[in-house]
Design a protein around this ligand. Structure first.
Ligand SMILES: Cc1cc2nc3c(=O)[nH]c(=O)nc-3n(C[C@H](O)[C@H](O)[C@H](O)COP(=O)(O)O)c2cc1C
Length: 204
């Protein structure tokens, strides 16, 4: 099967892409509206894009030609938190993706606990053991999406997951991965891999 992407509807293209690019990490993004409503929504078009300065990217699609609450909030209050999602957060995180009205806080609806972030004026999610506090760096419109690039100001790591120096115990973290449709995944068995190469062929 060869699927020519430009002939597909947006929904069908989404199915192909989210089946091909797997597994994806999930950013549970918390934002604040000008009316002080604390918004939560999950995004799996998410990755780290720069280490120094530390930057992450979240791609927010339009919904029926309109901007989602997360994007509209960040445009007006350019601070947010990316809360890393663990296996036991699957149900509330999945529920946080419902199209709640902007005056409704998903924190209340899905039963996650708001806790003030340290460096940005926004709530983080208490249940998330790793939280990236971000200031907006840039918003780049891209087709029917907006790429939101945030500069990470502070990373909160739950004490029992922190390994000196600056490592996170990923096995104990148990991050939840996004597949597509109703599917999520847990990380499987860890493996290590040694790199073998001809020393004469690499940059010294
Ligand atoms: C696990 C998961 C990942 C998602 N990833 C994205 C994504 O990367 N981009 C996007 O626009 N919507 C994504 N969605 C859908 C949004 O979460 C959903 O549209 C949500 O209602 C947006 O909320 P908001 O209007 O409060 O910003 C995802 C949903 C789920 C359940």
């Amino acid at each position: 099967m060869e699927i020519l992407m430009k002939n597909l509807s947006r929904d069908d293209a989404h199915k192909v892409l989210t089946g091909a690019v797997v597994p994806r990490p999930i950013a549970l993004v918390s934002t604040k509206s000008p009316e002080n409503v604390h918004n939560l929504a999950p995004f799996s078009y998410f990755t780290a894009v720069s280490s120094s300065p530390a930057m992450i990217l979240v791609s927010v699609a339009d919904r029926n030609g309109q901007k989602k609450d997360t994007l509209r909030n960040i445009e007006r209050h350019p601070e947010f938190v990316v809360n890393v999602v663990t296996e036991d957060m699957a149900v509330p995180v999945n529920n946080a993706a419902a199209d709640y009205r902007p005056d409704i806080s998903e924190f209340d609806e899905v039963g996650l606990t708001p806790v003030p972030a340290k460096t940005v004026d926004c709530m983080a999610v208490l249940e998330s053991p790793v939280r990236l506090e971000c200031r907006l760096h840039q918003i780049i419109p891209l087709a029917s999406n907006h790429l939101v690039i945030g500069e990470v100001q502070l990373v909160y790591v739950q004490d029992d997951l922190y390994i000196p120096d600056y490592k996170i115990n990923v096995e104990a973290l148990r991050p939840l991965a996004r597949i597509c449709g109703p599917y999520y995944a847990k990380l499987g068995e860890f493996m290590t891999c040694k790199r073998t190469f001809d020393p004469g062929k690499v940059i010294s």
